[in-house]
Design a protein around this ligand. Structure first.
Ligand code: ATP
Ligand code: MG
Length: 556
């Protein structure tokens, strides 16, 4: 490809609204442009990388027995109503009406659609197992679209769905998908970890997220200092045990707040939860953080919400002064650590504090369980080492769905004995466009992107230092046609720009190998520079193809 007529609108300045490196570099390098908040165009360079990501995914998915299909982005509302997600998904689901006022959703995910497809087609055990996938545009009206391709409102996802007759079958394909994802992300040269995660609005029993380690990641991973244990911080169980100190219980007292100084590990804090249509209270230690996902999972609730004192008072038509854990009308749960508190404190209004609180004696605690966020330094749940934190970008997630969708949507098959059973399902997603940004987050330096060979938009960047010099011009043209004949993926900077501009554009774009045709063109010698290491050396033209191939191999 000749750069003189290739659409690469590079920018000198860092765009002011781009906060993170991948967003800045993809804009500056002319890979993408924003069209609306969280909505992007992929320009030729960006689109080339996207295609390469997709091709790797296709190869690995097909190797695992996947069959590619393509489903519509526009989905009838009725399907989402069958599973109840028309309501549950909330404002993130983009909705529209056709000219007959029929409701539709723009696909945020495709469980409903694929289940509706298979329920009329996969009706016998003989047609399973099946693994179907697509690479397609998804729509989610994210509250905070940001960080460029990392959190878009229109983005590209690979989503796969498996159909099985047994739990064993689902387990097998799940394991196979975990391995497939490891293969895919390794081919992108990503530093990633599969972590135990929560199943969120999709639902299901067993799930892992794939996290690309990065400071700009929005998720925190709790991992062990000793073993390969890793979980999303929301999911990591706290296994620290608490000894109740051998101290006599004192009389409960109510004091003015200012009269008392707090000891954090003895202070109890309460959080009000709305669970379906009722309210409950969860107690934690003041120095711990409540984990609403653990509360949700403990209560086996579809949805829990942290609410304010005022909201509870309003809903129950009681005074705000009566909204606290000493009011017996509230169901109370407490974190394990609270059980070990002797003569603790509990602030119930901004200015009132109870001292000598002994939870089991003074509060109507229904049960003690693990309700807090894990902290750095806590013991690792697998018993090996202690917990450390790292930030990660979620690039993929695998779920075992079981029969959740097939039961709700009546997707059944006849088994060997002619008995009707719900299909066992799994679903497996990769954020294709987010992965593109994650790769840039992990592969860049101060001057620009440093693409891994597997994803580079081109393998070789041929640059003529001075296009007015006949030797240089002729040798460049000759090399361009040699590289093309050799099927080497080449971008040829034949522009009459200053060489400094060409070099800085080249650094920005991040093609792995640069061939510079300069002063020694008359001697048939060029310079080869490796983008990643900055290393450069002279190569005679007659061995250039061989040397380039060798360098690409080393970098792969
Ligand atoms: P997140 O927690 O980041 O919002 P999610 O868990 O809701 O993501 P999934 O439903 O698991 O996302 O979707 C599968 C994959 O699609 C994710 O692992 C992620 O890589 C990608 N993805 C999800 N939302 C977005 C988005 N708004 N922009 C880009 N990629 C996304
Ligand atoms: Mg997810």
């Amino acid at each position: 490809m000749r750069q003189s007529n290739y659409f690469i609108p590079t920018l000198r300045e860092v765009p002011s609204d781009a906060e993170i490196k991948s967003h800045q570099l993809l804009l500056r390098g002319g890979f993408i442009r924003q069209n609306a908040a969280g909505v992007y165009s992929y320009l030729p360079l960006g689109f080339t990388v996207l295609r390469k990501i997709e091709e790797v995914i296709r190869e690995e998915m097909n190797k695992a027995g996947g069959q590619e299909l393509l489903m519509p982005a526009i989905q009838p509302a009725e399907l989402w109503k069958e599973t109840g997600r028309w309501d549950i998904y909330g404002p993130e689901l983009m909705r529209l009406k056709d000219r007959h006022a029929r409701e539709f959703a723009l696909g945020a995910t495709h469980e409903e659609l694929i289940t509706s497809l298979v329920r009329s087609e996969i009706n016998s055990y003989k047609k399973m197992p099946a693994l179907l996938y697509q690479i397609q545009t998804k729509y989610r009206d994210e509250k905070r679209p940001r960080f460029g391709l990392l959190r878009g409102r229109e983005f590209i996802m690979k989503d796969a769905y498996s159909f099985d007759t047994s739990e064993k079958g689902t387990d097998e394909v799940y394991k196979q998908m975990v391995q497939t994802y490891k293969n895919i992300f390794s081919r992108f040269q990503l530093n990633f970890r599969p972590v135990v995660a929560d199943s969120g609005a999709i639902g299901g029993d067993d799930t892992h997220e794939f996290m690309a380690l990065s400071e700009v990641g929005e998720d925190t991973i709790a991992y062990s200092s000793e073993s390969d244990y890793a979980a999303n911080i929301e999911m990591a169980p706290c296994v620290r045990s608490y000894e109740r100190p051998n101290e006599a219980e004192k009389e409960l007292q109510k004091l003015d707040y200012d009269e008392y100084t707090k000891e954090l590990h003895k202070a109890i804090k309460y959080t009000l939860f709305k669970v379906n249509d009722s309210y409950c209270i969860v107690l934690t230690r003041q120095d711990h953080t409540i984990n609403d996902i653990k509360v949700k999972n403990y209560l086996k609730a579809e949805h829990v919400e942290i609410v304010s004192t005022e909201e509870v008072a309003d809903a129950l038509a009681i005074s705000v002064d009566d909204v606290h854990p000493f009011n017996e009308r509230f169901e109370i749960y407490a974190d394990h650590a609270v059980k070990a508190i002797v003569n603790g404190t509990l602030t119930v209004q901004p200015k009132v504090i109870y001292v000598n609180v002994n939870p089991s004696r003074d509060l109507n605690v229904k049960d003690y369980a693990d309700f807090r966020m894990i902290q750095e330094g806590d013991p690792s749940p697998d018993g090996n080492g202690e917990i450390l934190f790292a930030k990660g970008i979620e690039i993929g997630q695998v779920f075992k769905l079981g029969t959740r969708y097939s039961e709700m949507m009546n997707a059944t098959y006849l088994d060997e004995n002619g008995k009707s059973k719900p299909i066992m399902m799994g679903c497996y997603g990769i954020g294709v466009s987010r992965t593109l940004a994650a790769v840039v987050e992990q592969h860049h330096d101060d001057n620009g992107i440093v693409w891994p060979v597997s994803l580079a938009p081109f393998h070789v960047h041929l640059i003529t230092v001075n296009t007015k010099n006949t030797d240089q011009k002729e040798l460049s043209e000759k090399l361009y046609s040699i590289f093309q004949n050799e099927q080497l993926d080449i971008l040829y900077d034949d522009r009459s720009e200053r060489v400094g501009v060409k070099f800085s554009d080249s650094d920005l774009i991040g093609i792995p190998i640069r061939i510079i045709v300069g002063k020694k063109a008359s001697e048939d010698i060029v310079e080869l520079k490796v983008r990643k290491t900055g290393e450069s050396f002279e190569v005679p033209v007659n061995s250039i193809v061989e040397v380039v191939r060798q360098q690409l191999k080393v970098l792969s």
